[in-house]
Design a protein around this ligand. Structure first.
Ligand code: NAD
Length: 358
């Protein structure tokens, strides 16, 4: 029997309520349980009609719908002032990672509790990680004040997420799982969550791709995204996340799509140096080999394939390499150099076969 190596694991405390069609009821119950009197709802303008339906049974002070991707410092300060000036005692976030991110930016300085109702598979609701962007640089940090006290999962709310965005967002969740296998604080517990996340997502995403109205597939994707986020929150950011943070912040690239493109290249890069993890990833993907398994899944669901389609120019690669290199965790199983990182980004930019990285 294999010996269990020494490790330290931290499990974050939050309440999770999962139920399709139950968001409004669960939210009303949480507002009562938390004895909140002055609720601020944060949602995007696009999702406001859906949010108004979910909050029908509560009586919020206001709805703040100035949400944009990659939360900027100015946007965060504005929302924070709205919360303070209105004597808010609870934040309710209804939307994707950008909406959750804005709520976290308010909580970071005000210590207000958040009830998060996610509508994508980004997973931010289950992490204590915040992100802010200023002058094209994304800064992230870890602070327990930004961890939502409660997450309300309702797969019916994800039915309106367009198929392409759903697939990219699901690949973002898969990236949390795969990167957790070699991230700085990887351990047997977050690996178990990550591998079950891979198993769940690798079945859910083809189901959604075949039929975006498949509610069972949507439920599984939402469940898998929660597992992936808990794994990521515990294991920390690995090579994949360091690359995507730089690209997203510097070139304002779409978050989920960027993760979807970069993931197979990072897996192909690290797999030869992390064979134990690669075997377990392959097994979770029901494939002979992890890289082939991920490539097949990516093709089957029609995930985006090239960074050049997402706003990165070939001239930007050198700058990206210089920005990413200092951020790479020492734990990465393969040594990252200027040369091999340039090759990785060049291949991801062009969309050439990730298998050729091995
Ligand atoms: P997003 O929140 O920007 O949403 C993408 C688009 O989909 C938006 O236009 C949004 O209005 C729309 N949308 C969301 N849900 C919808 C639905 N159900 N129906 C129709 N439209 C819907 O994108 P995202 O990928 O969810 O989140 C990305 C952001 O989250 C980034 O800023 C990223 O850094 C952050 N993030 C943070 C963490 C963390 O742990 N802190 C983890 C993952 C992502």
């Amino acid at each position: 029997m294999e010996r269990q190596r020494k490790f330290e694991h931290i499990t974050l405390g939050q309440r999770v309520l999962f139920g399709t069609g139950n968001a409004a009821e669960h939210l009303a119950g949480e507002v009562e349980r938390l004895d909140a009197k002055r609720v601020m709802v944060i949602t995007s303008a696009r999702q406001r009609p859906e949010a108004e339906r979910i909050i029908a049974d509560i009586d919020p002070v206001l709805i703040h719908d100035e949400v944009a991707p990659h939360v900027s410092i100015g946007q965060a300060e504005n929302a924070r002032n709205v919360a303070i000036n209105n004597g808010i005692d609870l934040l309710v976030s209804i939307g994707g990672g950008s909406t959750t991110g804005l709520s976290k930016a308010i909580a970071l300085k005000t210590d207000l509790p958040i009830v998060a109702i996610p509508t994508t598979y980004a997973g931010s609701e289950a992490t204590n990680v915040w992100g802010l962007t200023e002058s094209s640089r994304k800064t992230t940090g870890v602070d327990d004040r930004v961890l939502p006290v409660t997450v309300i999962y309702d797969a019916a709310l994800t039915l309106s997420l367009p198929k392409e965005v759903s697939i990219a967002s699901g690949m973002n969740a898969l990236a949390h799982c795969i990167d957790s296998m070699w991230a700085p604080r990887t351990d047997p517990i977050n690996q178990a969550l990550a591998l079950d996340g891979i198993r769940t997502l690798s079945k859910a995403l083809p189901a959604i791709s075949n039929d975006p109205n498949d509610l069972a597939g949507r439920e599984q994707a939402l469940y898998g995204s929660y597992l992936s986020a808990v794994a990521f929150a515990s294991a920390g950011s690995g090579l994949h996340h360091k690359i995507c943070h730089v690209l997203g912040g510097r070139w304002n690239m779409p978050h989920a799509q960027t993760h979807a493109v970069v993931l197979p290249y990072v897996l192909a890069f690290n797999a030869p140096a992390a064979q134990g993890a690669a075997h377990r990833i392959a097994d979770a993907l029901s494939a002979e080999n992890a890289v082939d398994g991920l490539n097949s899944l990516r093709a089957a669901v029609g995930a985006p394939t090239a960074l050049k389609d997402l706003g990165l120019s070939a001239e930007g690669i050198n700058e990206a390499v210089q920005l990413i290199l200092p951020a790479i965790p020492a734990s990465n199983p393969r040594r990252v150099t200027e040369e091999n990182l340039t090759a990785l980004l060049g291949a991801a930019h062009a969309g050439t076969s990730p298998g050729s990285m091995c």
